[in-house]
Write a protein that binds this ligand. Sequence first.
Ligand code: FES
Length: 330
Amino acid sequence: MSTVYKESTEITVTLSPSGRQFVALPNNSLLESGLGAGIALPYSCSDGRCGDCRAKVISGNVRKTRFHDFTLSESEKIAGVCLLCSNEADSNLTIEVSEANAVDDIPQQQLRGKLCHVEQLADMVIARFKITRGKALRFLPGQYLQLTLPGTAPWLLPIANCPCEPRFLEFHIPTHHTRECHLINNISRSDRVILDGPQGVFTHRIPAKTAENKLFIAEGQHFAAVKPLIEHVISQDNEQPCTMLWIATDQVGHYRHNLCRSWADAFDWFYYMPLANTDVLLPKISSMDLLSTDIYISASSTRREQIAEQLVANGANREYIVIDSTECCS
Ligand code: FES
C-alpha cells in the first residue's frame, strides 16, 4: 500500500540576516504578511511608489501582484530585488531585507490624515484616522504620535493599534479631556490633521533578552499604549505565557474589557486580570513568578516607578522591566 503524504500549502518566508520567519498569507503582499506577523519591515507608502520596501530574493520565487510606479534599476532587477508591497510569495522564500530592531531604526515622518471613525465608549472616545493616499506610518508597537488638529496645539498620544495597519491609526481620548473630545467629535471629515512621529521608546525589548513570560501592566487610559504590544505578541504566535493586569482609575475604567476578554478566550496562554485599583495589585503580583518575566508598565508618572519597585521587591529583575516614560495627556 502506498503512503499518501499531505502536501503542505503553507509558504514560509525567511529573512536574512535575522533568520526570522513568517507565513505568506494567500492574496497578501509580502509586506502585508510580514507586518501582520509582527515583523518590522521597511516601507513608506505601501503601494509601490517609494521603493523603501526593496528586498533581495536570495532563493525562491515571487509573483508581482500589481503595477508599481517605482522603477527598479536594471542592476537591481538582475540582482533579484523586488518590492515587498507589490509582490507575493510563489514558493518558500529567503529574502535579504533591512528590518527595524529598535526605535532608532525608524525614521521620523510627517504625514497628513483624515478622521474616518469615531466611537464613544463609557469613558473614552476612540478615534481612527486614515493617512492620505500614497503614505503609511512606519512605527513600532507602543510608540506615540503627535497629532495636530486644525486650530489646536500638537498633542502627543499613544498609537493604539499595531503596525500591521500602517495607513489607519487609532487613538484613545479620555472623555474628561472635554475640549479635545469636543474637537474630535466636531472635526469635519474633510479636515486634514498633521501626524508627526513616531516618538517614545516603550516597545518590545530585543529578542536576545526575551524572558520566559511577559507581564503587561496598564493603568486607566494607558491601556492604549499596551494594546499594540499585546497585539504584536498575538501576531507573533509563539504562545509565550502572557498576563495583562489592567488597573482602573477614578476617571477611566476597563473601557475595552470585552476585547481583553476575547483575547483571554481565544488564547490559552493569555491571562487577563482587570483590577479595581492599585491596592489590589500587590496581592496579584506576590503570587507570580516574576524572575524570568519581561515586564511592561504604562501608568501615570506618579504610579509607574512605584509599581516597578513593588515588582522588584517581589522578585522581578529590574533589567527586564520596561517603563513607559513618554509624557502625554493624562
Ligand atoms: S514602494 Fe513604497 S512601500 Fe513599497
